[in-house]
Design a protein around this ligand. Structure first.
Ligand code: ADP
Length: 468
């Protein structure tokens, strides 16, 4: 059973369900039909016997009778019994017999004769067995002019019911398989159609996993059902996987590129010093270059390491409830001390704002944003740092009136190693600052956003949701 495909399991389930349902409904039909038929046969028996009772008349003498050739005349009790030709001694399975009080058959049909003990005790419909067969019986005493003492006795065999049921069974036996085959065919077509998209999804997933080509998508025609939605979800997932995978590839290649350059410089400096250096100054100069490149490499490596620790939510970072206002204000004040006369930093920090943060990470975020604000404001930097609290969130903003960012680059600035102007490649500047800021924001459950236009300046905002 476990090895069967879902399609086969559904069809099998359909087949069993249809069989059980049909069998159950046929059995139910039998039970209901049986009781309905029993009832209607008893009614038929009473109706025919009652009808026949009206067809018997007593006349005092034969001469007083207006004789009909088709009627039947029997001498009885000093007169004549006139039995109309409408009297049905056998009709629709019902036999009717005229009996006198001594249980003698005067006229009519009877399938068997009743003994004296059982006779005259069926004034309502009863049952009686004869030679292994069941009969319904009904007896009616005749009343009226000299008819007292005469009885009508009606019989109908239970076979009448059984025959009808037998016919019902025969019809059902034809219909159950027909109905079954029809439903199974319908089920097969329906499941085949419904499962076609699943086959497509599974084939696409298989091809992607075998070929590693994440640019492939599941090709389904437009539709609204659950499977089409699943395919769309898969396609979105593949899209995100492709993006992440490409970003990882880009990151690895950028990181190795960033490391290769200082290594090449170090190698060149070593070769130069070994071959051409003549004086102590030559060696000193070469060693200074090597030291700078080495510092650059270790700065990059420590930033990469920091990223890894942040992504892995390393235990080094501890979330503690902190006075954020105090922290932000003190970073701003310290920064202000270092500024020259041409630069300006405005602080607008609401006091008493508390949040659960890792102090070292949050400091890094603020310092990074401030560094960028000054770095990308070429003349007379004018930066403002603000911290505000509303009912639902805390916002920290760093604004500058610097060079700004073009709209097409607004998304890219968060990517690792992205630098709008890579020629600026300063010491320790690798285009990792903003992606680190974004990671730190996410670490605290917050989000970063930027508003900027070239020539006007930029505002970087961290939004921290307030926990209710
Ligand atoms: P880095 O500063 O080391 O280049 P970042 O990740 O901090 O790297 O910034 C990425 C890029 O975003 C920068 O190269 C710069 O082009 C742009 N950028 C960041 N901050 C600002 C800012 N305040 N004003 C204008 N451009 C900015």
């Amino acid at each position: 059973m476990r090895k069967l495909t879902i399609k086969k399991k559904i069809i099998l389930w359909f087949a069993i369900a249809i069989f059980v349902l049909s069998a159950a409904s046929t059995a139910l039909t039998f039970v209901i039909s049986r009781s309905v038929l029993d009832q209607s046969i008893q009614e038929r028996l009473i109706e025919i016997v009652e009808y026949n009772a009206d067809e018997i008349e007593f006349n005092n003498s034969l001469s007083s009778v207006d004789k009909e050739p088709s009627d039947f005349y029997i001498s009885y009790n000093g007169g004549v019994l006139e039995i109309d030709d409408d009297f049905c001694d056998y009709l629709d399975g019902v036999c009717t017999a005229l009996i006198d009080k001594d249980n003698f058959l005067i006229y009519g049909e009877t399938p068997f004769h009743l003994d004296k003990e059982s006779a005259f005790s069926f004034t309502s419909v009863g049952t009686i067995e004869h030679r292994g067969q069941k009969y319904y019986i009904y007896e009616k005493p005749l009343t009226g002019n000299n008819l007292n003492g005469l009885w009508l006795r009606g019989f109908i065999s239970e076979n009448e019911v059984v025959n009808i049921l037998y016919n019902v069974a025969r019809i059902s036996l034809w219909f159950i398989p027909l109905f079954g085959v029809f439903t199974l065919l319908g089920g097969y077509v329906l499941t085949r159609r419904s499962f076609a998209p699943i086959e497509k999804i599974s084939n696409a997933a298989k091809e992607i996993s075998e070929s590693g080509d994440l640019s492939r998508r599941i090709d389904l025609k437009a539709g609204e059902d659950e499977l089409h939605q699943l395919a769309q979800t898969y396609n979105k997932m593949f899209e995100r996987l492709e993006k992440t995978f490409n970003a990882e590839k880009q990151f690895t290649s950028d990181a190795s590129h960033e490391l290769r350059t200082p290594m090449a410089v170090i190698k060149a400096q070593c070769e130069y010093a070994l071959q051409f250096a003549e004086s102590e100054d030559d060696y000193k100069e070469a060693l200074e270059v090597i030291q700078r490149q080495n510092d650059r490499m270790s700065s990059l490596l420590s930033q990469l390491l920091f990223f890894t620790r942040l992504e892995n939510r390393s235990d080094t970072f501890k979330l503690v409830e902190t006075d954020l206002s105090q922290l932000v204000a003190s970073i701003g004040e310290e920064r202000r001390i270092l500024l020259d006369d041409s630069s300006e930093l405005t602080l607008d920090v609401e006091s008493g704002i508390k949040y659960t943060i890792d102090e070292s990470l949050m400091s890094r975020l603020v310092i990074n944003l401030l560094d960028n604000a000054f770095k990308y404001s070429p003349d007379h930097p004018c930066v403002s740092l603000s911290l505000k609290e509303s009912e639902s969130q805390i916002t920290l903003s760093v604004s500058d009136r610097g060079q700004g960012i073009t709209e097409e680059n607004l998304e890219k600035i968060w990517n690792r190693f992205y630098q709008e102007d890579s020629s600026r490649n300063e010491e320790g500047s690798f285009g990792l600052g903003l992606s680190m800021v974004k990671e730190i924001a996410a670490f605290h459950g917050g989000q970063m956003s930027v508003q900027s236009s070239p020539g006007t300046g930029s505002t970087f905002t961290l939004t921290l949701p307030k926990k209710i």
